[in-house]
Design a protein around this ligand. Structure first.
Ligand code: UD1
Length: 350
């Protein structure tokens, strides 16, 4: 059901992993979705497939949040009630090498978007933030009031973008929700949409590469952490649960004021070795591992306290680690080359 007054949505970054799932869900629930994406890291095919699985048209405007004119052009083309802003760079490692690029795209891009929203009178916003804003919480769950001490320029760019949104809200009276994602994984139940990246670095996509024989083994980054089995603990969240949280947040903006941040996780942590065990169970294949040094900037444990989102938005995560891995496995087997697969019948990728 579409929330009152929220039917037409501009979705920045809608050709990416989270964006395409979000586009599919919103379109299938009756929202009119227009994607705004520069296709630098996103895929046209992702939108075509999102449209296919939802049975609804999804328009694509190729444009860049760093460019005010292309933003103005997008707003001039539609009569949007709300914006879901996902367009950003998201690699921790890359952000350490190119911090200015992260400030430019993630922070200035958000500032530009807010300015364009103000100019065109659009005052509802859902923003893609990250658990990377917290840094190391020791063995405590991260609550939304945990101090923000990011360990990377990527995390800092999300803190800064949230702050730009707060300024926009206090200047204009807009309503904005920042969703702080923990570790999104998995794929669409149709197995036609999923994460697509050359040389993935995140744990579960790497484990899938090992299972598929694209890599010999998984490097386990650190076996001597103060956790139950010595490996780091994360809160993995199914992509479909995550996009449902966007829909709930979007509807929430119609009857709230101000800026609010919410953790989006399951509230349960899994260690690296537990992920490997579940992957063996699901795929019935071997997953060779190799002990490796700790990775710089890795917090020992990052698990969400989800009481705020459950209370305010009535949202709860429904899928466990096993179903996340099962759906990731289904996607990777169905489309081993992602959107660039030779089985693709439509236009060439990007
Ligand atoms: C990081 C960011 C997160 C971002 C995500 C996607 C932080 C705190 N988190 O998540 O905001 O959205 O990347 O880019 O900055 N691991 C291995 N071997 C591997 C890969 C990973 O042992 O080959 C371990 C890591 O040490 C970590 C866990 O698996 O303990 C999860 O790693 P990863 O999937 O990369 O996610 P985060 O680093 O938690």
């Amino acid at each position: 059901m579409v929330g009152a007054g929220c039917r037409d949505v501009l979705l920045t970054g809608g050709a990416g992993y989270i964006g395409a799932h979000c586009a599919a869900l919103l379109a299938s629930e009756g929202y009119r979705v227009t994607v705004f994406d520069n296709l630098e890291r996103g895929y046209r095919q992702a939108i075509q497939r999102a449209s296919m699985v939802s049975g609804k048209p999804i328009e694509l405007i190729v444009g860049d949040v760093r460019d005010m004119e292309s933003l103005r052009g997008a707003f001039a083309q539609g009569d949007f009630h709300a914006v879901v802003h996902l367009a950003a760079l998201k690699s921790v490692e890359e952000s350490i090498q190119e911090p200015e690029r992260y400030q430019h795209t993630n922070v200035m891009g958000t500032e530009n978007l807010c300015a364009a929203m103000e100019e065109f009178g659009v005052f509802r916003l859902v923003f893609s933030s990250s658990a990377a804003v917290y840094g190391d919480c020791g063995s405590d769950l991260a609550t939304e009031s945990t101090p923000l001490r990011p360990l990377s320029p990527y995390g800092q760019s999300k803190v800064d973008a949230e702050e730009r949104i707060e300024r926009f809200v206090s200047r204009t009276g807009a309503a904005a929700v920042s969703l702080r994602y923990f570790n999104p994984v998995g794929a669409h139940p149709s197995a036609s949409l999923g994460e697509c990246s050359d040389g993935p670095t995140n744990l579960i996509p790497v484990v899938m590469d090992v299972v598929l024989g694209n890599r010999r083994s998984l490097d386990v980054f650190g076996r001597d952490y103060p956790t139950r089995d010595g490996t780091c603990i994360r809160d993995y969240i199914h992509i479909m649960d995550l996009v449902v949280a966007h829909r709930s947040a979007l509807d929430h903006t119609t009857h709230m004021d101000g800026a609010k941040a919410y953790n989006v996780g399951t509230g349960r942590g899994s260690s690296v070795l537990e992920v490997v065990d579940r992957a063996r169970e699901v795929t019935q294949r071997v997953v060779p591992t190799r002990d490796a040094a700790r990775r710089d900037g890795d917090p020992v444990m990052l698990v969400a306290d989800v009481s705020r989102i459950e209370a305010d938005l009535g949202w709860v995560a429904t899928q466990d680690l096993k179903s996340m891995i099962r759906s990731e496995w289904a996607w990777r087997r169905a489309w081993p080359d992602g959107y660039a697969s030779s089985r693709e019948t439509s236009a060439a990728p990007r």
